[in-house]
Design a protein around this ligand. Structure first.
Ligand code: PEP
Length: 252
């Protein structure tokens, strides 16, 4: 099995004004000077996508945090994958737990959004993860594997699919699962991907997300079947985020 090239992705959530352009420039400069052994992506709010794409930062791809399931139409306030793609984004996050919770997005909705992203030629980063109650009830593996199965579109390929495992209780809390727990979930997700895509399932990035920071990145990113990170808070400042990216300098 050949591991895919790792991806360290930042999710800025509802943070950032135009002044945050300086963070992209700084991040690009850091990677230019010191290198990066993984791909690097920032998903800012929709309002900043064009501004950040226009920086021309060649080491930092810009993506989106969500899209609508339809291409166009009467959906006030929504943004389609076609619109996002036109701005120059190749990655769209779907099914983040904050969207599943705040906007009542079901696996079916997430699947439709992922399909919409992929139909436009974008890579869907499909987020899954259990709540603390589900983990404590011993249901984490069942929940996560059923979310993965139910959220991957029927026409998805291994090339346009990324999974982000983000335990809900680890997001923004400073709590992280043990390496053994991460390994167990990522192995189960890998099995689902291989069942679904055959050997190509080995090449799909499975990101870990939830309170990743420079000080724990090495341990988390070294876990088997962890092929990168989805990072919230620690992606807002270029120097913090570069600390996570540079964890890959030590990982073979
Ligand atoms: C996230 O929102 O995807 C996330 C992982 O956030 P944080 O890194 O802040 O926990």
């Amino acid at each position: 099995m050949t591991a895919p090239k790792a991806l360290v992705a930042g999710n800025w959530k509802m943070n950032g004004l135009k002044a945050a352009t300086s963070e992209i420039n700084r991040l690009n400069d850091l990677i230019n000077e010191k290198g990066a052994k993984c791909d690097v992506l920032i998903c800012p709010p929709f309002t900043l996508i064009s501004t950040l794409v226009d920086t021309g930062a060649k080491h930092v791809a810009i993506g989106a945090q969500d899209c609508h399931m339809n291409v166009s139409g009467a959906h006030t306030g929504d943004i389609s994958a076609e619109m996002i793609k036109e701005l120059g984004c190749d990655h769209i996050i779907v099914g983040h737990s904050e969207r599943r919770a705040d906007h009542a997005e079901s696996n079916e909705t997430v699947k439709a959004k992922a399909a919409a992203a992929q139909a436009q030629g974008a890579i869907a980063i499909i987020c899954v993860g259990e709540t603390i109650d589900e983990r404590e009830a011993g249901k984490a593996l069942d929940i996560v594997t059923s979310q993965v199965k139910a959220s991957i579109p029927d026409d998805a390929t291994a090339d346009n699919t990324i999974i982000a495992y983000e335990p809900v209780w680890a997001i923004g809390t400073g709590k992280v699962p043990t390496a053994a727990d991460v390994e167990e979930v990522h192995a189960a997700v890998r099995d689902v991907l291989i069942d679904r895509f055959g050997s190509a399932g080995d090449n799909i990035n499975i990101l870990y997300g939830g309170s990743v920071k420079a000080s724990n990145a090495n341990e988390l990113m070294s876990v088997a079947n962890v092929n990168g990170a989805l990072v919230g808070g620690a992606s807002l400042k270029a120097d913090d985020f570069y600390g996570i990216i540079s964890a890959y300098d030590q990982i073979g």
